[in-house]
Design a protein around this ligand. Structure first.
Ligand code: AP5
Length: 213
């Protein structure tokens, strides 16, 4: 089965996904992480995606379809946590077309107000190797500039600069919010208040996931 985590940039999807993977043993598929890995590898996909990702715009659906198909098929027998896909209605329809093998059981929507999102994203830092998220104020790494988990460098993402943040928030409103309506109509969307402490957000998400496992 698939659980989808959806929410605006900075809502805490990556942070929550990390906790949920550890607790439930889900396979996490993050399309943002996958695209950044392609960019680092300078692959054909990475070269097509780089300028769009760095500008905060969506990468074309056909590229995302390739990524999602490969990752789903590689994890056929596992419970999957999807972070960052689907991001528009077309992608939601594509995922629906795969529902026999990969049924979406719940779509967990994290909502967070705009000023908090901007504060989180502008202060965010990530491990350039394993992508673990940090925050300069609320969650700094133990050793300044280096990841607690793998010891590699912690950096600021190109799309976390302020002008890019506003593009991403606009893209979310225009392209991703209709996905919520798509899943509401199927009775699959569960709203979570994401403005709380991470551990409280996790508890709220768990109360939903526990209904399906
Ligand atoms: P992606 O990597 O998916 O980025 P995003 O959706 O913009 O989400 P973020 O990773 O920025 O935020 P998050 O919600 O994971 O928050 P986090 O936990 O890190 O996508 C990047 C790009 O790839 C897209 O813009 C697009 O170009 C492309 N792309 C990806 N998928 C695509 C698709 N399907 N189609 C087309 N293009 C696609 O937390 C943020 C910060 O807040 C951290 O510092 C964290 O420590 C802190 N924090 C987290 N939770 C809390 C809390 N509860 N309280 C206080 N601080 C918190």
């Amino acid at each position: 089965m698939i659980i989808v985590l959806i929410g605006p940039p900075g809502a805490g999807k990556g942070t929550q996904a990390e906790t949920l993977v550890n607790k439930y043993g889900f396979v996490k598929i993050s399309t943002g992480d996958a695209l950044r890995a392609e960019i680092r590898a300078d692959s054909a996909i990475g070269r097509k995606a780089k300028s769009l990702v760095e500008a905060g715009k969506l990468v074309p659906d056909d590229i995302l379809f390739e990524i999602i198909k490969v990752n789903l098929e590689a994890n056929k027998d596992r419970d999957i946590l999807l972070d960052g896909y689907p991001r528009n209605v077309k992608q939601a329809q594509t995922l629906q077309s795969l529902s026999e093998a990969f049924p979406v059981k719940a779509v967990v929507h994290l909502s967070v107000n705009r000023s908090e999102l901007i504060a989180r994203l502008s202060g965010r830092r990530v491990c350039e190797n394993c992508q673990t998220p940090y925050h300069i104020l609320s969650k700094p790494p133990k050793v300044n500039g280096y990841c607690d988990k793998c010891g590699e460098k912690v950096i600021q993402r190109a799309d976390d600069q302020e002008d890019k943040i506003s593009v991403r928030l606009r893209v979310y409103e225009e392209e991703t919010m209709p996905v919520l309506q798509y899943y509401r109509e199927k009775g699959l969307c569960f709203d979570i208040e994401g403005n709380k402490e991470p551990t409280h957000v996790t508890q709220d998400i768990e109360s939903i996931i526990n209904k399906f496992i």
